[in-house]
Design a protein around this ligand. Structure first.
Ligand code: SF4
Length: 318
């Protein structure tokens, strides 16, 4: 039996205790793939509130950040949101699990797609909270700059700085189909630049993208690992209401991945990982009625049970 290098085990080894990720959603952030800079409508599966529970509780505003506009009248409000979300989640984690150390996770939308002054204010505020050991910043490879990377490299001298990039697939044909707005060459270019600065990179992969078979999914993992990722997240593609994918699904043009194929692809992918690449996530789902398909994605506990069992059959402990 072999214990897998999960991100939880990686942090426990590094800090001597469990580290908890606190997801943050700051209103005003958007995405170049939504605001028309790269495309409109976003990735075909994107309905951002579906993975941003904190955002739904915030009063939404029409103001949207853009990297070329240094004016940010919302900054005070954004800093307050950050503090409130952090304190609330921290309290829950402390009461439930006795949590002591935290990583602040800028999760929703594209969290480097803003003027650098705004990014600095938010990141430095997050790092100033007690017992925060680092940041994890979710973004796109077409929304990062040398200036931001240089700045994050400085932060990384004293704190642990992760950049989470959506890779999803290495096939340009698929990236086009999902309206991603950039190609794989862009992913390679910016992950290489990020790694050159010794920042930690977590790559997100999606299984079950339109017209991809298992060979393509595994090839995507294999090619992505060549970029020296430090961690990896795996997700199945599921369809939620009010997305571009909804129409393809209801028109019969898109069939979601089966749980059997997902499990088999996941296990094969995990067996490909070098020991130094930690696993940050092995599935995703949504338990409310916004989920259209596949229905096996509606119960996270059952998904995790099935994944752990499938890995155990290979003598792997998740
Ligand atoms: S990059 Fe993320 S936020 Fe932007 S459209 Fe795609 S899924 Fe949505």
């Amino acid at each position: 039996m072999k214990e897998l290098n999960t991100i939880g085990r990686y942090w426990k080894k590094k800090y001597g205790e469990k580290v908890y990720k606190i997801p943050i959603s700051i209103s005003g952030f958007t995405c170049p793939n939504i605001d028309g800079t790269v495309a409109k409508g976003g990735c075909t599966f994107c309905e951002n509130d579906s993975f941003a529970p904190n955002l739904q509780k915030e009063k939404k505003s029409d103001f949207k950040l853009h990297p070329s506009n240094p004016q940010n009248p919302m900054l005070g409000n954004q800093l307050l949101q950050l503090q409130t979300q952090f304190e609330n989640t921290k309290e829950t984690l402390q009461n439930k699990f006795g949590a002591k150390k935290f990583i602040v996770y800028f999760q929703s939308f594209t969290n480097t797609y803003a003027p650098i002054e705004t990014l600095k204010a938010l990141y430095e505020k997050a790092l100033s909270f007690d017992n925060v050991v680092g940041l994890s910043i979710g973004t796109r490879t077409d929304s990062i700059t040398d200036e931001i990377l240089d700045y994050l490299e400085e932060l990384n001298q004293t704190k642990e700085i992760w950049i989470e990039y959506g890779i999803q697939t290495v096939y340009d044909s698929t990236l086009k189909k999902i309206n991603r707005g950039h190609d794989f060459a862009n992913i390679v270019e910016w992950i290489e630049k990020t790694k050159k600065r010794n920042l930690l990179v977590c790559g997100h992969m999606i299984f079950g993208l339109p017209d991809e078979d298992q060979e393509m999914m595994l090839k995507s993992v294999e090619e992505s690992l060549k970029l020296n990722l430090d961690s990896i997240k795996f997700h199945p593609l599921y369809v939620v209401k009010n997305t571009i994918l909804t129409k393809d699904y209801t028109d019969g043009k898109f069939t979601p991945i089966s749980e059997e194929l997902y499990l088999d692809t996941l296990v094969k992918s995990i067996k490909m990982l070098p020991d130094n690449v930690s696993i940050s996530r092995v599935t995703a789902g949504i338990s409310d009625d916004s989920l259209l398909s596949p229905m096996w994605c509606n119960d996270k506990h059952r998904q995790m049970y099935n994944i752990k069992q499938a890995l155990l059959k290979e003598d792997l402990i998740y």
